[in-house]
Design a protein around this ligand. Structure first.
Ligand code: NAG
Ligand code: NAG
Length: 149
């Protein structure tokens, strides 16, 4: 009911973000939360569904307050408070979704796919997706509630 009300009043994207409660974990950039897009999220569920043998896609619009010359994804699955690394084939966003250097205060959209391996267990977890710049500073850090199935 809550999601339906939400849908009726706000835009889909806004509901998407609020329904799945994406949390900030300390990134320095300005994230456009309303336009974050993640595979398998729905306003009807409090988590996003990542299907095994599929690639979960994620896009995050943001602007940094400083110039970016390198931006590396550091992705963890947090299960029972314990972060387990989710390795990406190429964690560097520059040369992929971003054309670097990115000048300060420029709106850009980061996107990446996370291959969900069939060997992963079926459970609920929090995906912690951080993007570290050339100085090792977290520009983006978001927590996404996910169900692997
Ligand atoms: C950058 O994004 C913000 C937030 O979405 C928006 O308010 C602003 O107008 C955008 N600026 C430019 C130059 O597109
Ligand atoms: C995953 O995909 C492979 C190759 O397409 C297939 O052989 C396998 O059965 C799939 N596993 C699951 C759990 O769907």
């Amino acid at each position: 009911m809550k999601s339906l009300t939400c849908l009726a009043i706000f835009t889909f994207a806004f509901c998407l973000a609020t329904a799945v409660r994406i949390k900030n974990c300390g990134g320095k950039a300005n994230i456009d939360y309303q336009n974050i897009q993640i595979t398998g999220c729905s306003p009807k569920l409090p988590y996003c569904i990542f299907e095994k043998n599929h690639t979960a896609q994620l896009s995050i619009p943001f602007s940094s307050n400083t110039e970016i010359t390198s931006l590396k994804a550091v992705v963890h699955g947090v299960i029972g408070g314990i972060p387990i690394p989710f390795p990406l084939d190429n964690p560097e966003a520059c040369g992929q979704s971003l054309t670097c250097p990115v000048a300060a205060h420029t709106n850009v959209t980061y996107f990446e796919g996370l291959p969900v391996k069939p060997i992963y267990p079926s459970l609920r977890l929090t995906v912690k997706w951080a993007l570290q710049d050339q100085a090792g500073v977290d520009q983006v850090c978001i927590l996404i509630p996910v169900k692997l199935q």
